[in-house]
Design a protein around this ligand. Structure first.
Ligand code: ADP
Length: 159
């Protein structure tokens, strides 16, 4: 059985992340989406909220399971029995960071494969931070995020 882990902050999940999840769910028997329980101060949503929104948005894919994790991504992959790490690529600008990350993962766990999937062109400009910025300034982000996220961001705008 091929099991993969797609790790990230997902603060919040966007349609770009979902595009990668859908592609990966077709390639692997089981796909875990790992939400990094980051202690970073600039995170808008709690890890529980991020896991909840992802679980709702990904509920249509039966082989996709959402988990939170802290610590090393490669350790999380080991615990979940994942042989592959999935990452998303939007544009050339992502490449250098993803390449650096993949090289580090290889040093830490040589038996783990890193697979980068390319998003469709319509999501190539999309980032969670841009969505947060637009929402903070009162813009409508319905076209860029799943309904559950759009609703939460609207609540925040009116609070
Ligand atoms: P991180 O903080 O680990 O970069 P993110 O939640 O920002 O976490 O992203 C997780 C993964 O999803 C990364 O590999 C990132 O490049 C990818 N990603 C983010 N936005 C998109 C998008 N619009 N299309 C495809 N991949 C994306």
């Amino acid at each position: 059985m091929r099991t993969a882990l797609y790790p990230g902050s997902f603060d919040p999940v966007t349609n770009g992340h979902l595009d990668i999840i859908e592609r990966a769910s077709r390639l692997f028997d089981v796909l875990f989406v790992g939400v990094f329980a980051s202690p970073r101060k600039d995170v808008l949503f709690s890890v529980e909220d991020r896991v909840h929104m992802l679980s709702v948005a990904a509920s249509k894919w039966p082989n996709v399971h959402v988990r939170s994790f802290a610590g090393l991504t490669v350790e999380c992959a080991r615990e979940l029995g994942a042989q592959v790490l999935v990452r998303g690529l939007r544009a050339v600008t992502d490449f250098e960071y993803e390449f650096q990350l993949a090289t580090m993962y290889q040093q830490l766990r040589p038996d783990l494969e890193v697979v980068c999937l390319m998003t469709s062109a319509k999501h190539s400009f999309l980032s969670a931070s841009l969505v947060k910025e637009v929402a903070k300034l009162g813009g409508n982000v319905d076209a860029f995020v799943p309904k559950v996220v759009a609703a939460r961001l609207r609540e925040m705008q009116t609070a």
